[in-house]
Design a protein around this ligand. Structure first.
Ligand SMILES: NC(=O)c1ccc[n+]([C@@H]2O[C@H](COP(=O)([O-])OP(=O)(O)OC[C@H]3O[C@@H](n4cnc5c(N)ncnc54)[C@H](OP(=O)(O)O)[C@@H]3O)[C@@H](O)[C@H]2O)c1
Length: 320
């Protein structure tokens, strides 16, 4: 499984190392990529190329995505110690009032159901998918700490929590001898940058949490695939809501303007966009998505692409 193209970063101040380019299954496994065979091919290739970190959530395709990812990881034959697997809890899994949120009950029941679907004895990282204003933070932190202490996950993290919520959870855990979160999972890309750069990173860097960021390609928009319209079968063809949010005139113009910078470097815009996110030392991994093996092969090459201060300045001018 050794390779020379991937790089690995510590997940914040923890001793866990994740591939700088990682792979997730949101909107793909069990949705646009339904065949187990395709999931298996993408995951097997990811492992060959040095990806060790795989991200999923209970709510993705209502459990189906965890099942497919678990089956594909098992079929790959990769030893469990080689893999860093994360899943998440928060969103409703049924109409039941308790089958949602971050109560102790839901966290304890959900980790077992995720492990069953994945076919694993433990997760590497268990994420609170969102903040739950209806559960006292103390209850949530204690439950995640107990999940870790029981051996069902090695670490826990937050996703899309505000910097104040992250800091409060961290401080409460440290002050009470509980296990503190080691990572936050926010959205971050060339087209969605200010929240992370101005608010999240200052706090997570100070507390020693590593960021693993989602939609680093703005769901594919930054690859340039939408330059001439919306290709059939693509993310924005399948999900109108995301197209409306992201495929604005302004964003499309920025993506077109990035092309000459990528061309001069001899890289693709997907690689440029991922390397740009990875320029941040506070980012441990970019969690990418792929519907085809070729996309993954293109994207992992960003792991070793370094951008010079001049190139970063030119990119900044385009992004505004
Ligand atoms: N914590 C959270 O709340 C949260 C939220 C969202 C996502 N996530 C995580 O982040 C992961 C990645 O999110 P994402 O899928 O939006 O990431 P992304 O990497 O920004 O977008 C991936 C999509 O873009 C297209 N694509 C990727 N590489 C390409 C290439 N080289 N050329 C052309 N098209 C390419 C593919 O879609 P098409 O082929 O269909 O066009 C692919 O599925 C998820 O799987 C999940 O694990 C977490």
């Amino acid at each position: 499984m050794a390779n020379t193209t991937m790089t690995y970063r510590r997940l914040g101040n923890s001793g866990l190392k994740v591939s700088s380019v990682s792979l997730g299954g949101w909107t793909t496994y069990g949705h646009t990529v339904e065949e187990l065979n395709t999931v298996q091919r993408i995951i097997a290739r990811a492992l060959e190329l040095g990806v060790n970190f795989f991200d999923i959530a209970d709510v993705y395709a209502k459990g189906k995505a965890e099942e497919l990812m678990g089956e594909a990881l098992a079929a790959s034959g990769a030893p469990r110690h080689h893999l860093v697997v994360s899943s998440k809890v928060f969103h409703p899994m049924s109409d039941d009032v308790n089958d949602r949120g971050l109560s102790r009950k839901h966290i304890m029941e959900s980790i077992d159901r995720s492990l069953d679907r994945l076919g694993f004895d433990y997760l590497d990282v268990y994420f609170a998918h969102r903040y739950d204003p209806e559960t006292p933070l103390e209850e949530t932190v204690e439950a995640f700490s107990d999940v870790v202490r029981s051996g069902r996950a090695h670490y826990w993290g937050t996703s899309m929590w505000s910097p104040a919520q992250i800091a409060e959870a961290h401080t409460f855990a440290k002050a009470n001898g509980l296990v503190a979160p080691i990572t936050e999972q926010p959205e971050y890309s060339m087209l969605r940058r200010s929240r992370v750069e101005e608010r999240v990173l200052p706090v997570t860097t100070r507390l020693g949490l590593g960021l693993v960021v989602w939609s680093p390609l703005a769901q594919g928009l930054l690859t340039g695939k939408y330059d001439d319209g919306v290709p059939e079968g693509s993310r924005f063809a399948n999900f109108e809501r995301f197209r409306e949010q992201l495929l604005t005139e302004e964003n499309a113009a920025k993506v077109r303007a990035l092309r000459p910078i990528a061309d001069e470097l001899g890289v693709t815009r997907a690689q440029l966009a991922l390397a740009w996110v990875l320029r941040q030392p506070g980012v441990s991994s970019v969690i990418t998505g792929a519907t085809r093996v070729e996309q993954l092969e293109e994207n992992v090459r960003a792991a070793t692409l370094e951008l010079s201060p001049e190139q970063l300045e030119r990119i900044d001018e385009v992004l505004g």
